[in-house]
Write a protein that binds this ligand. Structure first.
Ligand code: IVH
Length: 701
């Protein structure tokens, strides 16, 4: 395969993966109903990132690797911690707590009955941060990183209200104040509401939201995120000559000094004199956990006397003088009343268990995801079964398994539906081409008719490289769908006719008006004729992107020929082979094409659509374009198209799109606020044009 083909393939795969990952993100974060396991999800992410590593031009502002969770760590300057940021050992039981206390005493050569004081405080579930103050002034801030070297987040930290820029009182010469950056439950909920309103991805939990907010390249974004900070530890500490000397010979003393400096310290920090007291405090904090208003995942105990801390020292990367007592994953037993199937926006069927409401760790749970068909079979979960429900930290509830002895008589194994509950079309499990095994997810094939998929499909149908209907963007589609005016593709083309006969005219809807309504109708009319490849692409058949649409169009020449073959393309048939044999199209695509055309619901929707539009022969692929073979760079913000569209357009015309300007660059298209790339182009004497110049050059391709 030529390098160019490879790039085209990589781009296609990247886009597909991007869609898939985004769909899984929505399933997980928004619908509380993941479709795949964490490991499968990680594998998708890894492949996505590997593609970007190999083809850096794939990384743009829309890349998922720029969004939730995966902040581009390499973009932050590195900061070496003067004193390493340690982690903590974990304990999980009362016995382990006794052992910890006994071990400390043994190490110090103390009598087992001797009294050693420990502080006990909540373990905050955020991300730790080290703040360096010199002469009381904040000079830098770093994340933990690997404990030795972290990322410089100084500008971001300066936006956090809990963190003083200048220390109050009598601060030391130098101090690294350490603590946890976190987000409260209410701020987290409000942030996600704002994200949802802006159609941006939601954060999974307050910790991710805090991490994502702190590790922003643009501190202005951090400033809009309500982050908080608890100070609980320190790194380098040089008290200097300041008088009076602060009370710094105990952990509690330093924490009190932190408070005097202007930090927030956790009010649930107390001093304990025995394992029994520590345990009592652990139980107390555990019982208040749900009402704290922020996530904690345990209690941290620290030897109070700093001289003893010094003597105890460290084992590998954790102090001997401290440990984290973790809360157990919370579990409860409930009864499965029903198993419901949700259909996601991409047609995946996800089973959800409806449970008798039960409190798990302070939260009432009445639904739990069952992931997929195989998961139900593996755990043999039946309606009526008593099940063990677990909520670990903040993750969505899972069903660990059933309580076999409580199974009611006559409970029947669950039969996963083979039709989509939303539209009645067949729901199929694809065979993975590599492993030959059925995929975990069962998918609805009623692409054109399924209400669960409708909005997503309509968006695709109207998108630039499909029907390209101006004025029917995401918002308008959702609007018309909600109003019941557009449900299936054909409805777009009957909209004007129906509007003429309707009493509630579109022009009277808010945001429309006479002019834009007329424009919209004109834009729709202009697309009643469409090239075959675009038409095939617009149908949204699984695995049929632009390239495969072109392959099918080229091979069949007419839509009727494709349809006739595909509707008979049962496995092993001559027709299936005919599709399968097309260069570049394999079994997976052939199966998806057949599934689509075999589905009677789609057939009817297609007939309706074909009554409205006329299909023209395949588009001439414009390799005679003036930009064919040229290396182009887009920079600045474009107004008439997105960066992705511009790139796709350039590539369709045979140009190579690069992300950086060099001597090899033929043309730079500079939008508004173009910066260093534009300067570089000027310096190298590369031709620069604006967006309109580009559109003129490519003839509105
Ligand atoms: S003390 C040498 N105290 O837990 C002791 N850590 O598992 C350093 N954490 O990286 C940590 N709350 O991010 C300490 N009250 C607390 C804490 C706390 C949360 C985190 C911190 C650390 C991790 C270790």
């Amino acid at each position: 395969m030529s390098k160019r083909d490879e790039r085209v393939r990589a781009r296609e795969e990247h886009a597909k993966l991007g869609e898939e990952i985004a769909a899984h993100d929505r399933a997980y974060y928004q619908n509380d109903a993941p479709i795949i396991s964490d490991a499968e999800y990680d594998a998708l992410r890894q492949r996505y990132q590997a593609l970007e590593a190999e083809f850096p031009e794939l990384v743009d502002e829309n890349s998922l690797s720029r969004t939730v969770g995966a902040a581009p760590a390499e973009k932050f300057a590195k900061v070496a911690h003067a004193v390493p940021m340690l982690s903590l050992g974990n304990i999980f039981s009362d016995e382990e707590l006794e052992d910890f206390v006994a071990r400390v005493k043994r190490f110090l050569g103390l009598d087992p009955q001797a009294e050693v004081a420990f502080t006990a405080e909540p373990k905050i579930d955020g991300l730790s941060c080290s703040l360096r103050y010199e002469k009381g002034v904040l000079v830098s801030a770093a994340t933990r990183g690997d404990g030795l070297v972290g990322e410089d987040v100084t500008a971001n930290v300066r936006t956090i209200a809990d963190i003083p820029q200048k220390l109050a009182g009598a601060p030391p010469e130098i101090i690294d104040v350490r603590g946890e950056v976190y987000m409260s439950h209410s701020d987290f909920a409000a942030l996600n509401e704002r994200q949802a309103a802006a159609e941006k991805p939601l954060f999974a939990n307050p910790r991710n939201a805090a991490a994502g907010s702190l590790r922003q390249l643009d501190a202005n974004i951090t400033a809009q995120r309500p982050l908080k900070f608890f100070a609980y530890a320190w790194g380098e500490l040089v008290w200097g000559a300041a008088e009076p000397a602060p009370p710094a010979d105990t952990q509690m003393g330093v924490i009190a000094a932190f408070r005097d400096f202007g930090f927030t310290v956790n009010p649930l920090t107390i001093l304990c004199r025995s394992a029994a007291e520590m345990l009592a405090h652990f139980r107390d904090i555990e019982s208040r956990r749900a009402a704290l208003g922020y996530d904690i995942d345990g209690v941290v105990y620290k030897v109070n006397d700093l001289a003893l801390q010094q003597r105890l020292g460290f084992v590998s990367r954790a102090p001997r003088w401290a440990t984290a007592h973790k809360f157990p994953a919370e579990k409860a037993i409930s009864v499965v009343r029903d198993i419901e199937i949700q259909v996601g926006r991409t047609g995946v069927l996800t089973p959800v268990a409806r449970l008798d409401p039960v409190t798990v760790g302070g939260v009432v749970v009445s639904n739990a995801t069952l992931h997929n068909e195989d998961e139900i079979t593996r755990k043999d979960i039946r309606v009526g079964d008593s099940v063990i429900v677990q909520r670990a930290g903040d993750v969505i509830p899972q069903i660990l398994g059933i309580v076999p002895e409580k199974r009611p008589e006559g409970a029947k194994p669950y039969e996963f539906p083979h039709v989509c509950p939303a539209c009645g079309s067949a729901a199929v499990r694809e065979i993975d081409a590599k492993t030959g095994e059925a995929e975990a997810a069962r998918r609805c094939t009623g692409t054109l008719v399924c209400p669960a998929q409708a909005v997503e499909r309509l968006r695709h149908f109207c998108s630039r490289n499909a029907f390209d209907i101006e004025g029917l963007g995401d918002k308008q589609i959702a609007f018309f769908y909600d109003k019941g005016l557009i449900g299936a593709p054909a409805d777009i083309f009957t909209l004007q006719r129906r509007d003429r006969e309707s009493l509630t005219k579109i022009e009277n809807f808010e945001g429309f008006g006479k002019v834009s309504t007329r424009k919209l109708f004109a834009a729709i009319e202009a697309r009643r004729e469409i090239a075959l490849n675009r038409f095939i692409f617009a149908l949204g058949i699984r695995h049929v992107g632009e390239t495969n649409a072109i392959r099918l169009a080229r091979s069949f020449e007419t839509f009727d020929a494709l349809r006739e073959t595909a509707r008979h393309a049962t496995p092993g048939s001559e027709a299936r082979r005919r599709i399968n044999d097309i260069d570049g199209i394999g079994e997976v695509v052939a199966e998806a094409v057949a599934d689509f055309f075999v589905e009677p619901h789609n057939e009817r929707a297609l007939d309706a659509l074909l009554a409205e539009v006329r299909i023209l022969p395949m588009e001439a692929l414009k390799s005679d374009s003036p930009v064919a073979g040229k290396t182009v760079v887009f920079t600045g913000s474009l107004e008439k198209m997105t960066r992705d569209e511009a790139k796709a357009m350039a590539e369709r015309l045979g140009a190579k799109v690069s992300s950086s300007v060099s001597k090899k660059t033929d043309l730079v298209i500079a939008g508004a606020d173009a910066g260093s790339k534009l300067a570089k182009a000027r310096e190298l004497g590369v031709e620069v044009i604006d967006e309109d110049g580009w559109l003129a050059l490519v003839g509105g391709a």
